[in-house]
Write a new protein. Structure first.
Length: 460
């Protein structure tokens, strides 16, 4: 199913500026042409609020409701010295702004990845105080699971949660940067708290903490570009029947799933994927170089190591079991388990670094893009790795979109003329939607809108 989307109603909104303001709102319903609906959302149903109980029509909600929402947005009671009623302001437009809350997203460099994961009909969010689940049809909170250690009062930066199978049932995993306060002569310590919850019910399955050890490169400020899309916050990369793999500030940690004890950790190494019993990721042997390496999950011993390549752009997961890495002549796709080069795409000369994304069906879309400017797109069949089509700016005749998301044969992006959807198998223009989403599945989309993140249902 290809999701061609137009706005129906906003489900959730978050600020995308690090350390800045966060906002949560249930906007007015909109028609497919973008016209404002009536305030009660007739025809498409009344829009739901993801972080606030719906007040009665025509009312802004009671003081207790506003205070409850402010506390949930800001974590443990809100920033020091800020009363909940001050942190939240609700206007007649039915839009609520958390004026001093920190954002649940990470943004850096050319890509923006909010702390949201879509799975089925649910949007899972790494919130300030834990994991929250929202129904993408109604916009209502399905469940929430909080961490044991309270969130810092000055806010944190979070990465998107991971949805994976645990004991045969879907579960949600998220990692949080936390500080365990010391007492007496015992100093405070920085930890990573990992929370696992049942994806359907929100029941806490387990919660554990490990000591956080910053990478030497992160401390010295030598090279902070190992992190894909600039996400240096604690993040669960992969989970299988035996291991939990997570990263934070260019350090990788591998935990035993049963005991939740640390197997090993490696500084100056950013895990990208888990392929069988191999953790594949990227290091920087010298400044300005990249090197992909695979380490054994059991003891961290080296399984394979690719030759270093020049460049400062991080590698990216291209599809299940495949890693894409930018080279001076184009890009390579490597087998994540063995390190073998599956294909090399020569596109020299190229100005911007290459990265790839999988449409979760049959197409790998790769583009050389930086700061929302793209010169080329190469689409590959995910099985044969044969090129399906290419689009180059120097060929003339067509503008090359800056890709924002790919899903089931559709490539979403933008040109100077506005948003566009390309056919993943042919490259032909398929539609001109009202916005370019950054996350898509069969039920909902997530997109940037005026500096905020919104989630909405798909329409077809």
């Amino acid at each position: 199913m290809t999701a061609i989307v137009t706005p129906r109603y906003s489900l959730i909104r978050f600020s995308n500026n690090q350390g800045g303001k966060a906002r949560d709102a249930a906007d007015e319903d909109e028609t497919s042409s973008g016209a404002r609906r009536d305030r009660h959302g007739s025809a498409a149903g009344r829009p739901g609020r993801m972080l606030q109980r719906e007040p009665r029509p025509g009312r802004r909600g009671s003081r207790s409701e506003r205070e409850e929402l402010a506390q949930r947005i800001t974590g443990s009671g809100g920033p020091s010295g800020v009363r909940p009623s001050d942190a939240l302001r609700c206007r007649r437009s039915r839009r609520c702004h958390a004026e001093r809350a920190s954002q649940p997203s990470t943004t850096s460099g050319p890509k923006n990845r909010p702390a949201v994961t879509l799975s089925g009909a649910t949007a899972f969010v790494t919130a300030e105080s834990g994991i929250e689940a929202f129904d993408t049809y109604s916009g209502r909170t399905t469940w929430s699971a909080g961490t044991i250690t309270p969130a810092p009062t000055d806010g944190t930066v979070r990465a998107a949660p991971l949805v994976a199978s645990l004991s045969g049932a879907p579960a949600v995993f998220a990692a949080f940067d936390r500080v365990v306060q010391g007492t007496g002569t015992t100093p405070s310590r920085t930890v990573i708290e990992i929370l696992a919850a049942n994806a359907s019910t929100g029941q806490r399955l387990w919660d554990t903490q490990i000591d956080s050890t910053p990478s030497p490169d992160d401390i010295m400020g030598e090279d902070d570009s190992l992190a894909a899309d600039g996400i240096t916050a604690a993040r669960v990369v992969a989970v299988d029947t035996q291991n939990v793999v997570l990263t934070q500030n260019e350090t990788t940690y591998v935990l035993d799933l049963s005991s939740r004890q640390l197997r090993w950790k490696r500084a100056s190494f950013q895990a990208i994927a888990l392929a069988g019993d191999v953790v594949t990721g990227e290091g920087s042997p010298t400044y300005g170089q990249r090197q992909l390496t695979g380490y054994a999950t059991q003891d961290g011993s080296t399984r394979w190591s690719a030759s270093p390549v020049d460049g400062t752009h991080p590698a990216s997961p291209a599809a299940a079991g495949l890693i894409a890495i930018d080279t001076t002549n184009g890009f390579d796709l490597l087998d994540a388990k063995t390190g073998a080069t599956r294909t090399s795409i020569s596109r020299a000369p190229h100005i911007h670094p290459w990265s790839c994304a999988f449409d979760q069906a049959s197409v790998i879309a790769c583009s050389d893009e930086e700061f929302n400017q793209s010169d080329s797109i190469v689409a590959l069949d995910s099985t044969s790795l044969q090129q399906l089509w290419t689009l180059d700016s120097n060929a003339g005749g067509r503008l090359v979109p800056s890709l924002s998301a790919v899903w089931h044969g559709a490539l979403y992006g933008s040109t100077p003329n506005g948003p566009v959807v390309l056919d993943g198998h042919t490259g032909a223009n398929r539609a001109t939607p009202q916005f370019a989403p950054i996350l898509v599945d069969a039920n909902a989309v997530v997109y940037w809108s005026e500096g905020e993140v919104s989630a909405q249902r798909t329409t077809g």
